[in-house]
Write a protein that binds this ligand. Structure first.
Ligand code: F6P
Length: 358
């Protein structure tokens, strides 16, 4: 009997189910007797031994289904070594569940925090196999995470729709895009949606440059300006502050999010009407796009292959359109940022997009 545990952890995204389907179909095509333990709501299910026994049938018909059939939760890595309210040692509890069920391997689908915990469990001696999920695309070691392209499509659709109303009313529109501390979704959706200004955490903005770009468009007879803002975008002044100083400053302001802060700054410096749109969690919702269905299926099947090979302790990843195995020790704790000197930024600038930096 071959026993695998599986869990999805962190924020959900499109193609989680498609990826699990790929893993299960891949394993069941080669091994006859497989027991699948589906841990409920992320690492919580492993800690408290809350699981469902699943069969390959449970993974049929879920290729296009959004969310995760296992449920998910955020279990911050820094809290893993802190006992829970009943004094339970969570790391020991996870190891206990794994050994009690006599698992051959634990398959984990998640983003950055999830990978730190997965690597810790590997160091504790568990056979780990992970898959890179997150709309943010900020996981080091893979060119692309599944969920990212679907989120880009949704954010792009939002920008497309804003164009018509922005031009009708001659307004400046700020669309705030998810992405946590990185600007991948904003950059791609901004370019795809024809944004005039794109503000990313990796390129701190100068509000005077932003206002100048807006004014130039108005002077050229353009009826609107579209600004795609990453939720983690930061001004040049704030980028100079220490983490502590920034936290204190943010605690004092009353802006619900960065788009509101930028909107106020623009309205103080121009006579233009500004509106804000925040697509929020719609960017993580619904059915995966075709690209994510393909990527997650490939990654799932490749994870199955690695499991069958007995090659544990890796994340399956895509690099130059090839699926590779990357050691978890290399992935854990490393974020993948947009490089301000990347070709894509240079090319976007050549087409007239302002990044608010010069
Ligand atoms: O990591 C995915 C993500 O959607 C980020 O883009 C965003 O900052 C965060 O999760 C939102 O978290 P929550 O779902 O807890 O509101």
């Amino acid at each position: 009997m071959f026993r695998i545990g599986m869990l999805t952890s962190g924020g959900d995204c499109q193609a989680l189910n498609a990826a699990m389907r790929g893993v299960v179909k891949g394993i069941c095509s080669k091994i006859q007797d497989v027991e699948i333990y589906g841990f409920q709501e992320g690492y919580k299910g492993l800690i408290y031994s809350n699981f469902k026994m699943l069969t390959s049938r449970d993974f049929s018909g879920i290729l296009t289904l959004g969310g995760t059939i296992l449920g998910t939760s955020r279990q911050p890595f820094k809290m893993m070594r802190v006992p829970d309210e009943d004094g339970l040692d969570k790391v020991e509890a996870m190891k206990h569940t794994y050994h009690k069920l006599n698992l051959n391997c634990l398959v984990v689908l998640g983003g950055n925090g999830t990978h730190k915990t997965a690597n810790m469990l590997r160091e504790e001696g568990l056979n780990m196999m992970t898959l890179p999920k997150t709309i943010d695309n900020d996981l080091w070691g893979t060119d692309m995470t599944f969920g990212f392209q679907s989120a880009v499509d949704i954010a792009t659709d939002t920008i497309d729709r804003i164009h018509t109303t922005a031009t009708s009313h001659s307004r400046v529109f700020i669309i705030e895009v998810m992405g946590h501390k990185v600007g991948w979704v904003t950059l791609h959706a901004g370019i795809a949606g024809g944004a005039d200004i794109i503000l990313l955490p990796e390129i701190p903005y100068d509000i005077d440059v932003v206002v100048d770009a807006i004014n130039k468009r108005k002077d050229a007879g353009k009826r609107f300006t579209i600004i795609a803002v990453a939720e983690g975008a930061i001004s040049k002044e704030d980028a100079k502050l220490s983490k502590k100083e920034l936290k204190a400053k943010q605690a004092q302001n009353s802006y619900p999010s960065v788009a509101y802060e930028i909107s106020e700054k623009i309205q103080k410096k121009t006579d233009q009407e500004v509106r804000i749109t925040v697509p929020g969690h719609t960017q993580r919702g619904g059915s995966p796009c075709a690209y994510d269905r393909v990527l997650s299926t490939r990654l799932g099947a490749a994870a199955a292959e690695a499991i069958i090979d007995g090659d544990f302790g890796n994340m399956v990843a895509v690099r130059n359109n090839e699926i590779v195995r990357v050691p978890l020790a290399e992935v854990a704790g490393r974020l993948k940022y947009v490089s301000p000197s990347a070709d894509i930024i240079k090319e976007a600038k050549l087409t007239g997009i302002s990044f608010g930096d010069a």
